[in-house]
Design a protein around this ligand. Structure first.
Ligand SMILES: Cc1ncc(COP(=O)(O)O)c(C=O)c1O
Length: 485
C-alpha cells in the first residue's frame, strides 16, 4: 500500500525551502527539488509515498504550478521520483543502493578500538554484591524445576511496583520477564504481527528493532523525526496512523534511540487515542526511561493513557544497570501475558533464575544506582559535547536531556564514509543509515556517551582527523559493519 503526503503536510515539512542555506541564484524549481531531496536524504519524507498533485502543492506553497511541474521533472531526472500517468508520483532514491538494517553482530575483536557502536554502560560496582546476594537466595528455588515462563514472582513484583510508582498501576500478572528488551520485542511481534503486517516506526529508529521487524517480514511505514525538540510532528504522526492504519506501531517515546527526544504528554495521549481509533497496537520501548538527565521531569508513561489494552510496554535492565544481565520485560494485560508465555515455551521456555535474582537485588537498590548512572552520563555527555564543539564545530547537535546517545547532524552526507575511515584509526561508529531504511540518513551520526570521558575526547579527536582527510580524497578500505546496540 502506498501512503500519500498531502499538499499542506509537504508544505509544512518543506518549511523555509526557498531560503535554505547555500542557495544563491538557483531558480525556485531547483530550490524546491533540492529541498525535497534533503527531506528524503534525512528520512523525514519516507520513500514510496505519493507526493501531492502539482496543483495541490502549488496552492499549498503559494507558488505557480509551472514551478512545481519543473521541480517534479528535476526530481524525476535525478532519480528521486517515479511517476505514472494517471497514478501520481512516488518518492524514491536514485539507483538501487540499499543499506540493509540487519543489525549485524561481530565480536569485539580489537582491544584498542574505541567502540562507539554500542550505546551501553559497563556494569555498576553494585553488580558483584548483587550477584553474591542472589547466589545466597538461590537455594529457595532449587527444590523446583526452575522453569518460570513469565518470570519469578519476586522480580515480577519488583517490576510491577516500579510501574505503579511511576503512576501506572500494575499487578505482577501483567509482567512477563524476558531475556532482555530485544527478546521482549521479538515475542510481542510473534504474538501480534502476522508476516507481512504493516508497522509504523520512527525514522531514525533502533537498528535491532528494525532487524526484528525485518525478521517478521514487516512492511514498514516511517515517521520522520525532526532533529530539534520535540522531534515528533504531532499532525504528521497522527496523520500517518490514520492513513496507513498499521497493524502495529513501534515507538521509543522516552529518550528515543538515537535522537534522545522525549515525547510530550499531550502527544502520548493523542497517539494512544488515535491508535485505538484506527485499530493499531502500540509497542512502546522504554529502554531509557530510567535515565532522565538535567532534572528532566518525565511525562506520564504512554500506557497510562491506554483504556483498551492497546499499549504493550517493553523495557529492561540493560541501560540503567547492565546489558550482560539479559533481563527485560513486557508489561501488558494479564491475558496477553499468558498468551506471550504460551508462545515463549516454543522459543526458550524461561529466563535464568539466578539472573532474575540478581535483577531483584539491583532493583531494590535502584535509586542509588540510577542516580550514580545519571551523574556519570551527564559528565560524559558534557565532555563529548565540549569535544565536538572544539574539534568539529560544523556539526550540529541537539543536547539530549536523557538517554545515552546524541544524534549529530554532520556537515555533509558522509556518515558511512566517516565510519569506514574511523575504523581505520580505531574508532567504531554506528553511521546514520543503520538507523533508517533504504540508505537514507547519511548526514547523521549517533554518538553514545557511555564510555569514560577520556575515551570520548580521544575518539572525537581521531574522528575529526579522518573527517578532514575525507575532504582530501583519502579512500578508506571497506570493512564489515559491526555491533550496534
Ligand atoms: C531502544 C532499544 N530497545 C531495545 C534495546 C535492546 O535492549 P536489551 O539489551 O535489553 O535487549 C536497546 C539497546 O540498545 C535499545 O536501545
Amino acid at each position: 500500500m502506498t501512503s500519500q503526503v498531502r499538499g499542506a503536510q509537504l508544505a509544512r515539512l518543506l518549511g523555509q525551502w526557498h531560503a535554505l542555506p547555500g542557495r544563491r541564484r538557483s531558480p525556485d524549481y531547483a530550490a524546491l527539488a533540492g529541498a525535497v531531496r534533503g527531506l528524503l536524504a534525512d528520512g523525514r519524507l519516507p520513500l514510496g509515498v505519493r507526493l501531492p498533485a502539482e496543483r495541490e502543492l502549488a496552492e499549498a506553497l503559494k507558488i505557480s504550478r509551472t514551478t512545481v511541474t519543473a521541480a517534479y521533472r528535476e526530481l524525476r531526472e535525478s532519480g528521486h521520483l517515479a511517476s505514472r500517468r494517471g497514478a501520481g508520483s512516488w518518492t524514491m532514491l536514485p539507483g538501487t543502493h540499499r543499506v540493509a538494517s540487519t543489525g549485524l553482530w561481530t565480536p569485539l575483536d580489537d582491544r584498542d578500538m574505541i567502540d562507539l557502536g554500542v550505546a551501553a554502560l559497563a556494569a555498576p560496582p553494585e553488580l558483584l554484591p548483587a550477584a553474591r546476594a542472589a547466589a545466597e537466595d538461590l537455594p529457595r528455588y532449587l527444590g523446583g524445576a526452575g522453569y518460570h515462563p513469565t518470570g519469578i514472582i519476586e522480580l515480577r513484583e519488583a517490576v510491577a511496583q516500579a510501574y505503579t510508582e511511576r503512576g501506572l498501576p500494575t499487578s505482577p500478572d501483567q509482567i512477563m520477564v524476558t531475556n532482555g528488551t530485544q527478546h521482549a520485542l521479538d515475542l510481542v511481534l510473534r504474538l501480534s504481527l502476522a508476516p507481512g503486517g504493516n508497522v509504523l516506526v520512527e525514522a531514525p529508529s533502533y537498528p535491532n528493532a528494525l532487524a526484528a521487524l525485518a525478521a517478521r517480514r514487516a512492511r514498514i511505514t516511517t515517521h520522520g523525526l525532526a532533529v530539534n525538540e520535540p522531534g515528533w510532528d504531532a499532525d504528521l504522526l497522527l496523520g500517518s496512523l490514520r492513513q496507513a492504519r498499521p497493524k502495529l506501531a513501534y515507538l521509543i517515546p522516552d529518550f528515543q534511540n538515537p535522537t534522545g527526544h522525549l515525547m510530550p504528554a499531550s502527544l502520548r495521549e493523542r497517539v494512544v487515542g488515535t491508535a485505538h481509533a484506527v485499530g493499531t497496537d502500540l509497542v512502546v520501548d522504554e529502554s531509557f526511561v530510567d535515565l532522565p538527565l538535567d532534572g528532566t521531569v518525565l511525562p506520564p508513561p504512554t500506557a497510562s493513557f491506554d483504556r483498551h489494552s492497546r499499549v504493550v510496554t517493553i523495557g529492561g535492565m540493560s541501560k540503567p544497570f547492565w546489558g550482560g544481565l539479559r533481563i527485560g520485560w513486557v508489561r501488558a494485560s494479564a491475558p496477553q501475558v499468558q498468551r506471550l508465555a504460551a508462545i515463549r515455551v516454543g522459543v526458550d521456555m524461561a529466563s535464568p533464575v539466578l539472573d532474575q535474582l540478581v535483577a531483584v537485588h539491583l532493583l531494590a537498590d535502584a535509586p542509588a544506582i540510577v542516580a550514580a548512572r545519571q551523574a556519570q552520563l551527564t559528565a560524559q555527555r558534557d565532555a563529548l559535547l565540549a569535544a565536538l564543539a572544539q574539534r568539529l564545530p560544523e556539526w550540529r547537535v541537539t543536547v539530549p536531556h536523557g538517554g545515552v546517545t546524541l544524534w549529530a547532524e554532520l556537515d555533509g552526507p558522509i556518515s558511512s564514509a566517516l565510519a569506514r575511515a574511523s575504523e581505520e584509526v580505531g574508532v567504531r561508529l554506528a553511521p546514520g543509515p543503520r538507523f533508517g531504511l533504504d540508505g537514507t540518513l547519511e548526514r547523521f551520526l549517533r554518538l553514545p556517551f557511555t564510555l569514560p570521558a577520556a575515551d570520548l575526547v580521544e575518539a572525537v579527536g581521531r574522528i575529526a582527523a579522518v573527517r578532514y582527510d575525507l575532504d582530501r580524497g583519502g579512500r578508506p578500505q571497506w570493512r564489515e559493519p559491526a555491533v550496534i546496540a
